[in-house]
Design a protein around this ligand. Structure first.
Ligand code: ZN
Length: 471
């Protein structure tokens, strides 16, 4: 039994871990590298393994950093099934099509402007490639063991991170390896708490927030939301909420719908100006077994916002003077419809830009959060006169204590622990915490590192194979 870390090693994107047992090869997650150019270039590298030699892919959830490389894998010869939950299949389609569209637009732009070294510049994949890979998706129920090879079976169980997100267990030859994917918070707003699993011989756990604990309570998030809306409404301005379509949009709508019902918000229209956010919300409503809202809460959530599909309608709202709340993508103000709203309101001291998600370094969202006095959009500089407010603590990720709970939540504790999907500082903080509280050594694998999990590693010793110390 072997594990090879092909992505998400000492970074938070590109998650891909190869599991091998006998002749069976399973790739757990197949994510795209994102962020800095050096990382993004890795998406164009050859995989160290022949794609056609992979028997199956198992997805923990639909986020692009876990699913976004699938069309490339398919184009390079992968012919197996992609196992995941039913919501993950639907959300993956949405996310991959959006990723393809953005990549096609980037390539078109580069070709028009002639700045790419490659002629012609090509998208990493197009929408046709996404349609093709979707044929390989195979949705399986959660909580049931599914046989996928000789002596190899898998089980998916809800992890509380986003709609359809799951832990992945692989059992082979009597041993069990558990992949956390992204671990949700102990009490997610929209989902059930992550399930507890009985047993793991080896566990691969994420460490996105391995170095911090969320301090914000749900009630204080609501208080900040009320405050921002009331103040902006009283000044006659707009509240712009840049939000990720999958997950964050539904959480914001749910909170707004609850606050409206309790009459804690003034009468103010809410626009969901995001075709992708509208679609993600529709998918959310189709899987009642995968979230914890009652039917009437879902109805209320859907009625809270006016869905804005067309671009012309979006432009009309942008020009409206009466106070309104506008939720649109992208979540870090990198592109999308939020930009024309921002261009219209950023110079208006009555309006508020409400940041409700993580703002990565270098994005417009981060610049505003850091107090920039002007912001560049569509080639022009706009002075910042609107209020910039942040609601911290809204995260779909478990914090350090949630991650620790996951590791120690097994009835039979794991003998080996690997930490992935985190920045070096977060990984190391979690490693130290695990050592201090559980007395166990966790390993932080490097990109491409391969580990032998068999009890007698010396038998299969080979160059390039790392061994677990003293087992
Ligand atoms: Zn995720």
């Amino acid at each position: 039994m072997k594990l090879t870390f092909l992505g998400g090693a000492q970074t938070v994107t590109g998650s891909k871990t190869l599991f091998e047992y006998g002749k069976t090869r399973i790739l757990v997650d197949c994510g795209l590298f994102q962020g800095l150019k050096e990382l993004r270039l890795r998406n164009w590298d050859a995989l160290p393994i022949d794609a056609s030699a992979i028997d199956a892919v198992v997805l923990t959830h639909a986020h692009l950093d876990h699913s976004g490389y699938l069309p490339v894998l398919n184009a390079r010869g992968f012919r197996g099934k992609i196992y995941c939950s039913a919501p993950t299949r639907e959300l993956s389609r949405l996310i991959l099509l959006d990723s393809a569209k953005l990549s096609e637009e980037d390539a078109d732009f580069a070709n028009r402007e002639g700045y790419s070294k490659h002629r012609p510049a090509l998208p990493i994949y197009d929408r046709k490639a996404v349609q093709e890979v979707m044929e390989r998706f195979h949705a399986v129920p959660s909580g049931k063991w599914i046989s996928i090879g000789p002596e190899v079976k898998i089980r998916l169980s809800p992890s509380g991170h986003i709609l359809g997100s799951t832990f992945v267990e692989i059992e082979a030859g009597g041993k069990r390896v558990v992949f956390s994917g992204d671990v949700g918070r102990k009490h997610p707003t929209l989902y059930d708490s992550p399930v507890r699993l009985e047993r793991a011989d080896t566990v691969v756990v994420e460490a996105t927030y391995g170095d911090r604990n969320h301090l914000e309570e749900s009630a204080s998030i609501d208080r900040r939301l009320i405050e921002a809306v009331r103040e902006t409404h009283s000044r006659g301005g707009h509240v712009l909420i840049p939000a990720f379509s999958v997950g964050r949009v539904q959480e914001i709508l749910y909170r707004l719908s609850t606050l409206k019902r309790r009459r804690e918000l003034p009468e103010i229209p809410v626009y969901l100006d995001s075709p992708m956010g509208i679609e993600a919300t529709r998918i959310f409503t189709e899987f009642p077994a995968w979230h914890r809202l009652e039917r009437e809460e879902v109805d209320r959530l859907c009625k809270t916002a006016i869905a804005v599909k067309s671009r012309s309608e979006s432009i009309r709202i942008m020009r409206e003077d009466a106070p309104a709340i506008v939720i649109a993508g992208s979540g870090m103000l990198a592109g999308g419809r939020i930009l024309h709203h921002l261009a219209a309101r950023i110079g208006d001291p009555r309006s508020t830009v409400l940041l409700v998600g993580y703002q990565a370094a270098g994005t417009r969202g981060r610049l505003l959060q850091d107090g920039a006095s002007e912001v560049k959009m569509h080639g022009r500089y706009f002075p910042v006169r609107a209020r910039i407010a942040t609601i911290p603590g809204l995260s779909a990720h478990g914090d350090q204590s949630d991650l620790l709970d996951f590791v120690r939540g097994f009835e039979t504790p794991p003998k080996r622990i690997f930490l992935n999907h985190g920045e070096p500082q977060a990984l190391d903080a979690l490693r130290v915490k695990i050592k201090d509280t559980l007395g166990q050594d966790a390993v932080i694998p490097h990109l491409g590192e391969r580990f032998d999990l068999s009890p007698f590693p010396e038998v299969v010793a080979a160059r390039g194979v790392s061994h677990w110390p003293d087992l």
